[in-house]
Design a protein around this ligand. Structure first.
Ligand SMILES: Cc1ncc(COP(=O)(O)O)c(C=O)c1O
Length: 387
């Protein structure tokens, strides 16, 4: 029977009787798993039976999470990592070798940029950063040694949206792999594998966990590509802990309800900000007036709660605005139940190619509080900033 994603999130992969009827899956806080006999050990070594052996290779709590995420992202397999960066770096390393070239969108998450642009140089892996809003930018950057195109759509500061179908087609025509960071949209709102993207990565520390109490990452792809990602997981060791996997499983139960509320709150706030006389620009693809709106609705089913906006004035107004907020808390990260704020220049440090440090760009993560309370908070802080 075909089921809606909301039903699948709750029930897929669950088998209560496997765990003595427990409705919430147990946390298998075990490093290793016993063989019942010498013969079973031998069968396992010959690859004749599959069983849990050592948690770095697999664990029942982690496996339940991986099965659910693979289903949600419409991929064949998932592996969970101890952080989003663990998932991202292991995926990239599984695809490239010395002498290869990577094409990457310019506005990606800072540490991913650092890994691709700086860290990989020591292995003689080069990269070209492109705007990419016109997919032809990507096509023109292809070299004979290009192995991978790395994407984020929307990206998480300027909220530009990229044509995933066109980019996946260009990649396939040229025998190049594609990896996308789908953290902003979550699998509830976007499934890049539907458009031909090869690998989807997430920082599960954001909406998948949803409660700002866990750092984790996931990778979803097909059976062939997961094998080399698995090898990296074994060698580099960035496995998620069983308790963290359980926290993400617990967070996932409310993903649809949370995402709907993040979305409706964020749309109200984006509309309020876009009409405010002190706000120069709002970057949120869920606004019907946003230049990316039409492309966004052609590849996403909805919009999450992270956005940015630019205010008039200078450093004085920026400081006064941020310090006057009472509900929005100054903190990095996003995707939790609580509303957060961070100035752009603190996220994109030294990235003048992405944002001009003199602009008063502010990023907010809209949480699950009451939308009117959040709007009053922003309105009051804007009044104080410009008084
Ligand atoms: C878009 C994006 N991708 C990846 C990451 C990295 O995830 P983690 O912090 O779980 O390593 C982050 C973290 O902020 C992020 O914002």
């Amino acid at each position: 029977m075909k089921r809606n994603i909301k039903t699948n999130i709750e029930h897929y992969g669950e088998d209560y009787q496997r765990f003595l009827g427990a409705i919430a899956p147990p946390i298998f806080e075990a490093s290793n798993f016993a063989f019942s006999s010498y013969e079973e050990l031998e069968e396992h070594h010959k690859g004749k039976i599959d069983k849990f052996v050592y948690t770095r290779g697999g664990n029942p709590t982690i496996k339940l999470l991986e099965d659910k995420i693979a289903m949600l992202e419409k991929g064949e397999e998932c592996r969970a990592f101890s952080s989003g960066m663990g998932a991202i770096t292991s995926s990239i390393l599984s695809l490239v070798k010395s002498g290869d070239h990577i094409i990457c969108l310019r506005g990606i998450y800072g540490p991913t940029y650092n890994f691709i642009y700086n860290y990989l140089k020591r292995f003689d892996i080069s990269s070209t950063f492109v705007d990419g809003r016109n997919p032809m930018d990507i096509k023109s950057a292809i070299k004979p040694n290009t192995k991978l195109i790395y994407l984020e759509s929307p990206n998480t500061f300027l909220f530009e949206v990229f044509d995933l179908r066109a980019i996946a087609n260009i990649a396939k025509e040229n025998g190049i792999y594609t990896v996308i960071d789908n953290t902003w949209a979550t699998p509830y709102f976007q499934n890049p594998i539907d458009f031909g993207i090869d690998i989807v990565v997430h920082s599960a520390s954001k909406y998948l966990g949803g409660h700002s109490d866990v750092v984790a990452g996931v990778v979803v792809t097909n059976k062939r590509l997961i094998e080399s990602i698995n090898k990296n997981l074994h060698l580099l060791g960035g496995i998620i802990g069983p308790f963290e996997a359980w926290l993400i499983l617990r967070g996932l139960r409310s993903l649809p309800a949370r995402m709907e509320l993040h979305q409706s709150n964020a749309i109200k706030i984006a509309e309020f900000l876009s009409e405010h006389p002190r706000v120069i620009k709002v970057n949120y693809p869920g606004l019907k007036t946003n230049p990316y709106y039409q492309l966004a609705i052609s590849q996403m089913r909805g919009f999450s709660g992270l956005m940015s906006f630019e205010i008039e004035g200078g450093e004085r107004e920026l400081k006064r605005f941020i310090n006057s907020l009472k509900i929005f808390t100054i903190a990095v990260s996003w995707g939790g139940y609580e509303s957060l704020v961070i100035p752009g220049k603190h996220v994109f440090k030294d990235r003048v190619d992405v944002i001009d440090p003199s602009t008063n760009l502010i990023r907010i993560s809209v949480g699950l509080e009451d939308a009117d309370d959040l709007i009053t908070d922003l309105d009051n802080a804007l009044k104080i900033a410009f008084s």
